[in-house]
Write a protein that binds this ligand. Structure first.
Ligand code: ADE
Length: 355
């Protein structure tokens, strides 16, 4: 069974900015072959997201029994949690091809047309960052998703004609970090909407042990736990930190990643015990020291830290919210008691609520 990926071969490959150590975006230096070798290829191989796996197993079984394509599926959740991996697994389990693209690469109508026309029966089309589709492309998708039909408009104004081309039954998998940014007509056309959640440290530990085995790296359980603890609930980060710790241990001429060595390596990389990096701490420190702990608007935090507001919102905030260091209120962002404690800052009594 061939799995085709457009993401690496297409000239319209998604534009990724260079990732830092804790970014959940794929790093440029990670060659496709290493990335591919550590990706699980079956649902049974895939660690974590048990609820999602359970419902997908049922959907797959039912679709195979009916000899039908899978329903269109929308996967949402923070970056790095395995949305692309899950789509490749679904394709493998269904025995079909998976074409991978991202909304920013679908600028012109002919970009999406070309992809749709070349689909084969049952194929999966994966569109990353689907909330960023432009209106024309999105509207071409409506009849394609609903009636497996591509409507081409020729001519303009009164002489405009619509010509319909039949498409094979296919499955669209949309991935997004921002489900709220999807239009409701698009969202409503997905038969299945599933969220990926952050991973538990125990799940990340298993992922790290699995990856270490594939990379022929010796690690003990304490070492894996230490890396897991600092991986922000995100497998992509866990695997990236593992590789950096492996480099450290190799240069130190040690042969096994232990807790002590993992902690030493990650401290040196400025990844603290909760997995926060320099920018996370800058964001929290700024809210606490410059804005008295908040509430403060995102744009003000961005201006004060010199970070891009979207990067703060998409990359840094989800995990700070998840671990309860940050709250989003209608009046802005607020640093929590736990954030003060983590940074070792005393909350002045004048700021405490009176009752
Ligand atoms: N590598 C990255 N994510 C994984 C997962 N969920 N299970 C196993 N290996 C992985």
């Amino acid at each position: 069974m061939a799995i085709k990926s457009l993401s690496d071969s297409s000239s319209h490959a998604p534009q990724r900015k260079e990732a830092n150590l804790l970014s959940a975006s794929p790093a440029i230096e990670e060659t496709e072959s290493i990335e591919e070798s550590i990706r699980p290829t079956t649902l049974d191989d895939y660690i974590g997201q048990q609820d999602l796996k359970n419902s997908l197993k049922i959907t797959i079984q039912a679709a195979i029994a009916r000899k039908e394509a899978l329903d269109h599926l929308l996967l949402y959740g923070p970056p790095g949690l395995g949305k692309t991996t899950m789509s490749l697994i679904l394709a493998a389990e269904m025995g079909v091809n998976c074409k991978i693209t991202a909304a920013p690469a679908l600028e012109r109508p002919r970009d999406i047309m070309g992809l749709l026309i070349n689909l084969k029966l049952g194929d999966i089309l994966f569109i990353d960052e689907i909330h960023r589709l432009n209106r024309v492309t999105e509207e071409l998708l409506y009849p394609a998703m609903e009636d497996y039909r591509l409507d081409l408009t020729t001519g303009k104004g009164k002489t405009a004609k619509i010509q319909s081309i039949a498409l094979p039954r296919f499955t669209l998998i949309g991935a997004t970090t921002k489900i709220g940014a999807l239009t409701s007509p698009l969202r409503d056309r997905f038969g299945l909407i599933q969220r990926l959640r952050f991973y538990e440290p125990e799940e990340l530990t298993l992922i790290i042990l699995r990856t270490a085995k594939i990379l022929n790296t010796i690690i003990d359980e304490t070492g894996a736990k230490e890396i897991a603890r600092r991986s922000r609930g995100t497998p992509r980060i866990a695997n990236r930190l593992l590789k950096r710790v492996r480099d450290y241990v190799q240069v130190k001429q040690e042969n096994c990643i232990t807790q002590h060595l993992a902690a030493e390596a990650l401290e040196q990389l400025n990844v603290d015990q909760k997995g926060l990096d320099w920018t996370d701490r800058l964001v929290l420190n700024t809210i606490i020291k410059q804005f008295k702990g908040g509430p403060v608007g995102l744009e003000a935090v961005a201006a004060a830290t010199g970070e891009d507001a979207r990067t703060i919102e998409d990359v840094y905030e989800p995990y700070l919210l998840q671990i309860g260091y940050l709250n989003r209120t209608p009046r802005g962002r607020v640093a929590t008691e736990d954030a003060y404690q983590h940074l070792g800052i005393a909350k002045s009594t004048s700021q405490l609520p009176l009752f």
